[in-house]
Design a protein around this ligand. Structure first.
Ligand SMILES: O=C(O)CCC(=O)C(=O)O
Length: 291
């Protein structure tokens, strides 16, 4: 049952027609990578198939009702924002998100192809929400800045994102700063406006935050977050996803969940690749075996 409070959907910021999805060309991929290097973020327009966007939208609505998900009571997650975590346990449409061919290559170009899913959640910013404090997604990692990307996050626009409805706010170039923002301080930022079906991709050191929603419609996004294969995932994918569900994933998705070994070393179990737990096969040996 959908909880009856002020954040229940009152409408969605949809365009009436959706453009066809485009395939990322090598030149576009290079441009996106360069923009993330320079500005800290990029937007991939019309990245997602309209039918997938619609299915995710429908499923999120259904899930919210089924799970009775309510907003949190802290400023960071937002008191008028509905977040559903651990989406990979909730069915096929969500399984298509982490490996999307118009998004994952951009992320791999920032991290590398040993990257992992850090978390997968929805963020519906509802009417009346105030701005989220500006932060960097890697700011709890105690390593000097600037540093090579350890995190690369993406926001899928399930509705249009506008300044008025709470589009993610970014501070271009801030990923190169030698510090993270001070929590609760105001910083000048710009809205990452984008149309439904587009995806914002950013370097984990970029200063950013969710915007205020001054409309009466929800801004719905899916936060598909990745981290380098050598650091800890934000949501523990191996414990959070029952093994029988993970067993039904594609091999690429299983590896992104952490059933993998980074460069033949990080993540092994008694010198064996954890993918064996799901697929039974015994892949290559550890890095030492090739020395
Ligand atoms: O909702 C958004 O636009 C950004 C959310 C975000 O940055 C976060 O929750 O860490």
């Amino acid at each position: 049952m959908v909880a009856s409070n002020s954040v229940v959907p009152r409408g969605r910021a949809h365009r009436s027609t959706l453009p066809d999805v485009r395939t990322l060309t090598p030149a576009e991929l290079a441009d996106h990578t360069a923009r993330i290097g320079e500005q800290g973020y990029t937007i991939v327009p019309d990245a997602i198939e309209p039918d997938l966007v619609e299915e995710i939208d429908r499923e999120l609505h259904r899930l919210e009702g089924e799970l009775g998900t309510l907003p949190a009571t802290n400023d960071f997650e937002g008191s008028q924002t509905v977040r559903i975590y651990n989406l990979l346990v909730h069915g096929r449409p969500f399984e298509r998100i982490p490996t999307h061919p118009n998004v994952l290559p951009v992320v791999e170009s920032v991290l590398d192809d040993g990257c992992l899913i850090s978390s997968l959640s929805s963020i519906a910013i509802c009417a009346g929400e105030t701005p989220q404090p500006i932060h960097a997604d890697d700011q709890l990692m105690p390593i000097p800045k600037p540093h090579p990307p350890t995190v690369c996050n993406t926001m899928w626009a399930i509705t249009d994102f506008t300044e008025a409805n709470g589009a993610t706010r970014v501070i271009p170039g801030s990923h190169l700063a030698d510090a993270s923002p001070d929590y609760g301080t105001h910083y000048d930022s710009i809205p990452a406006d984008m149309e439904r079906g587009s995806v914002l991709v950013w370097h984990g050191s970029l200063w950013h935050g969710g915007g205020a929603n001054t409309t009466d419609q929800r801004r719905i996004g899916v936060a598909m977050n990745y981290c380098a294969g050598y650091i800890r995932q934000q949501e523990n994918q191996q414990l959070g996803i029952p093994r029988e569900i993970a067993a039904g994933f594609t091999e690429r998705l299983q590896r992104l969940c952490g059933y993998s070994v980074y460069y033949g070393l990080i993540g092994h179990i008694d010198k064996r690749d954890p993918i064996e737990l799901l697929r039974g096969e015994r892949p290559h040996g550890m890095v030492w075996d090739g020395l």
